[in-house]
Design a protein around this ligand. Structure first.
Ligand SMILES: [Zn+2]
Length: 339
């Protein structure tokens, strides 16, 4: 069977109804796409725009959109002049001015494809005046125009706007499905320590929205990378006794709670341990583990000092685990390492 909107997770009903009507050339001229943040509204609008103009749209031998013809290639990359996105930008609402400019542009024929698509983001933020202004365009647009009104809440749109559009509701997913989505969309590079915890957290907080789940999952990922990267510089600052640099590097993480501090201190202790091993026998340490700058710093630091920094780090870690606030334990560590 022909693959329709394959980049969109789930949403089989939308895929078959909208996809087939595009295939047959019977698509409506106005759609409301409703769903919470991260549910795939933009993805669907982009795929539908590409499908509408795809050169292979009536050839079932290709996916829909095919993704290989130049027209849908441009649309999928977001560089087609025929897909016009309208948003509130820095305003609180979408006013009549924006709608007027749509109306002025409406009858201008498409640039490089058969169709022109207007995507109105946060369509519920159109003022009533703007919605009324849009009505005529929704009612009788030129044959080559399709509107996609994206919204988290279609109830906020005027009845008259709703009655002139086909409403598509994005599918929300069970925790099992969200997990399946995340596992299918995460590269092997982002597995590793804490992977399962991150997965569970993202599933729990996503409210069934795949895009939101992915965002939370990756945010956590970036945060963990930051913690590790930061621990590295903290270790170097502790060794060299640079109090103000050390304070600066921990500042963003002290608000991260006990778990973050524990991870940070654990990472610091492993870096310091690696430095100690390097000092004792350079050949035993993987040459990429320490930067040349770090190695240079270590020349002027005694082994005794490094061991004492290591011990103090482990002590701070124990304090955090025994309910001393992370801030107290980490500051205490930094001041003890002062030179
Ligand atoms: Zn195509």
């Amino acid at each position: 069977m022909r693959e329709i909107f394959k980049q969109l997770f789930g949403n089989e009903r939308i895929k078959s109804t909208l996809g087939e009507s595009i295939e047959r050339g019977t698509a409506s001229h106005a759609y409301i796409i409703e769903g919470p943040k991260g549910s795939g509204k933009h993805t669907l609008a982009t795929l539908a725009a590409a499908a509408l103009s795809c050169e292979n749209r009536s050839d079932a031998g290709f996916a829909l959109p095919c993704g290989v013809c130049p027209v849908c290639g441009r649309i999928l990359k977001g560089i087609s002049a025929d897909v016009i996105t309208v948003s509130k930008e820095d305003k609180a609402s979408i006013g009549i001015g924006k709608i007027r400019s749509i109306r002025e542009d409406l009858y201008v024929t498409p640039n490089d494809s058969d169709n022109k698509v207007y995507v109105i983001e946060e369509a519920d933020l159109m003022t009533p005046q703007a919605q009324n202004g849009l009505l005529i365009s929704l009612e009788e647009p030129p044959a080559f125009v399709t509107f996609f009104l994206l919204t988290e809440n279609s109830e906020a749109l005027l009845e008259t706007v709703k009655s002139r559009s086909v409403t598509l509701r994005m599918e929300l997913f069970s925790p099992e499905k969200i997990k399946e989505f995340l596992v299918g969309h995460s590269s092997s590079a982002i597995s590793g320590p804490g992977y399962n915890e991150r997965l569970i957290r993202a599933v729990d907080l996503s409210n069934g929205s795949p895009g939101e789940a992915k965002r939370i999952f990756l945010e956590r990922e970036n945060n963990e990378n930051d913690v590790v990267e930061n621990s590295r510089s903290l270790a170097a600052h502790l060794i060299s006794g640079k109090t103000s640099d050390a304070l600066e590097s921990v500042a963003p993480f002290l608000s991260g709670g006990i778990e973050t501090s524990r991870k940070m201190l654990t990472a610091v202790s492993s870096y310091v341990a690696a430095m100690i091993r390097y000092k004792k026998a350079p050949a035993t340490v993987n040459s990429n583990l320490l930067t040349s700058e770090e190695k240079e710093t270590l020349r002027s630091v005694s082994l005794k000092r490094m061991i004492s920094v290591f011990d103090m780090t482990v002590e701070a870690l124990e304090l955090v685990s025994s309910n001393v606030t992370p801030k107290t334990a980490v500051y205490d560590l930094i001041f003890k390492c002062r030179k």
